[in-house]
Design a protein around this ligand. Structure first.
Ligand SMILES: [Zn+2]
Length: 382
């Protein structure tokens, strides 16, 4: 554990914000359209345009461009080049990771583990662009503090099929949710084995995972939620307080308190806490970021029991249920980029570690009635 090792740096916030404002227009790879339109968010009109969603080939081309144009040593690698035992997707696609930064601690950023959740990919490519080219104080600090390991498209097969899962190529046609596939008796899909082994090589100090959810309204107010702040092992729940003496239970809440406060300063971002079933906190162990926090050891690849705290963001709308309005595309990407950069900077400066974790209760949420676990629902007063 090495939280809080960094001194509190003086910050020049305006530099970062100016860069952030440029993201939304800098990001688009294939789509055009009103990036910052003030229309409803996301559109409920079912006007999802799959043709404008970034493809696997788009990602490879953009990673190649980012590598060539980087001023700060951004490297793109396939896991085959890294040398993991399993290195391709079920359908044989290369799995890509980009690294940038010279810091002593590793940070893991991933997106699109669910193939029908595209903006994680675009948000991570946007962050990579800044990490690769932005010479401002804040981005220098991030590169000096951390080495970033970025997985912009964890699930290329599902992405190409516009489905959540990957499909096993063993003849069964079984669909595997890759975000339930790190754990005892799991690692069924090739992607899971490949990225797990890479994670054991990286030993990150924390991780961020980008997702989409359906359309959601805030408990109590009924306002449209644009971004939900998630922790896949519930703070105060049956699992997280038992890990690392409760350190992750505290730090993950501090992370989201920080993101909530910082993003509240921007317009058009309406946040709440991620919950399922209306009033349940999620507490699943097979999720990738859950297994990271648990320090899961598979095939003896993690004998030292390395673990790291992790949080996730859920942008509202996905590309399967017709709820992903293109009008909201720019805003969706922008809010993820802002959330990531504020969290990264807050960690690097030590601001996150000074937040009051108890204020996690102030982030809007429904009164908690229970925990959604791998084995069903258990009541809040377990
Ligand atoms: Zn997801």
């Amino acid at each position: 554990m090495s939280f809080g090792r960094n001194p509190l740096h003086h910050r020049r916030r305006t530099t970062l914000l100016a860069a952030a404002a440029a993201f939304a227009v800098a990001v688009p790879l294939t789509a055009s359209g009103p990036a910052l339109a003030d229309a409803n968010f996301p559109s409920p009109n079912g006007n999802t345009n799959i043709a404008s969603i970034v493809t696997y080939d788009d990602v490879i081309a953009e990673l190649d461009r980012l590598e060539r144009t980087s001023n700060f040593g951004l490297d793109v690698m396939t896991l085959a080049e890294v040398g993991t035992e399993v290195s391709t997707s079920e359908q044989g696609r290369d799995l890509h990771v980009a690294t940038v930064g010279d810091g002593p601690e590793a940070v893991w950023l991933q997106g699109r583990i669910h193939g029908n959740e595209p903006y994680g990919t675009e948000s991570l490519l946007a962050v990579l662009k800044e990490l690769g080219t932005n010479g401002s104080h804040d981005w220098n600090l991030l590169r000096e503090t951390y080495t970033f390991h970025v997985v912009p498209m964890y699930n290329p097969d599902g992405s190409e099929l516009n489905i959540r899962q990957t499909i096993l190529q063993d003849g069964s046609g079984t669909r595997i949710d890759l975000n339930r596939d790190w754990g005892a008796g799991k690692f069924v899909a090739a992607e899971s084995e490949a990225f797990y082994e890479y994670w054991t090589m990286v030993d990150p100090v924390f991780a961020i995972d980008i997702h989409h959810q359906g359309l959601k309204r805030q408990a109590g107010t009924g306002d449209e939620v644009t971004l939900s702040l998630g922790i896949s092992l519930a703070p105060g729940g049956p699992t997280l307080p038992t890990i690392e003496g409760g350190a992750y239970d505290v730090l993950t809440r501090q992370m989201h308190v920080h993101v909530f406060d910082e993003l509240a300063k921007y317009g058009n971002i309406n946040m709440d806490r991620y919950q399922v079933g209306g009033s349940l906190e999620i507490d699943i162990k097979g999720g990738v970021v859950s297994a990271m926090m648990l320090g899961f050891d598979y095939k003896g690849l993690n004998p030292e029991g390395h673990s790291n705290p992790a949080v996730f963001f859920e942008t509202s709308g996905n590309s399967s249920d017709g709820s992903l309005g293109q009008k909201a595309r720019g805003k969706s990407i922008r809010q993820n980029v802002l959330a990531m950069q504020e969290l990264l900077l807050g960690m690097a400066t030590g601001e996150v570690q000074q937040e009051d974790a108890a204020r996690w209760e102030e982030i809007p949420h429904a009164p908690v009635t229970g925990y959604q676990t791998d084995d069903g629902v258990i009541p809040a007063s377990f």
